[in-house]
Design a protein around this ligand. Structure first.
Ligand SMILES: [Zn+2]
Length: 152
């Protein structure tokens, strides 16, 4: 149970690191200090640096070496692809919060947009899945290589 909470917190921390990078390019230390200042909580460099490295390996982040004070530091910035991913993530996150506040709301499993009423529902992999329209359902199934059954 404790580790589930830890996972949740580190997922949130990663999410927050992305929001910092989305604002502007930053070096590792400035990410850590912004994180601490804004959230008033500690973040371990052993979470930040490996995460930046993973993002870089996936082509979502790139770095340049720049002089900061007397030292040279790696300044990280989101690539075009990284920015696109963030835009999607933020939209999805904002919509998830709307759903929590407004329970009648659902979000499209494919594009992440809000589905107020109706929408399009399919049983996919035995699970009822909500989409805004059947085109999103088709794209979702194609991406995940799944088949579904129309519900309503
Ligand atoms: Zn959709």
């Amino acid at each position: 149970m404790a580790s589930e909470v830890d996972n949740l917190i580190s997922d949130f921390s990663r999410f927050y690191i992305l929001t910092i990078l989305y604002e502007k390019p930053a070096h590792g230390y400035s990410i850590i200090s912004k994180f601490r200042k804004r959230l008033e909580r500690e973040i371990s460099p052993s979470l930040v640096y490996p995460f930046l490295k993973q993002l870089e390996q996936k082509g979502l982040v790139k770095h340049t070496v720049k002089p900061v004070g007397e030292k040279e530091r790696k300044v990280f910035e989101l690539t075009e692809e990284g920015r696109e991913l963030c835009t999607k993530l933020f939209k999805r996150f904002a919509n998830l919060i709307s759903v929590a506040i407004e329970p009648s709301l659902e979000i499209c499993a494919h594009c992440g947009c809000k589905v107020y009423e109706g929408g399009y529902h399919e049983a996919i992999d035995g699970k009822e899945t909500t989409f805004c329209c059947k085109h999103c359902a088709a794209a979702y199934k194609q991406e995940k290589n799944l088949v579904g059954k129309t519900l309503r």
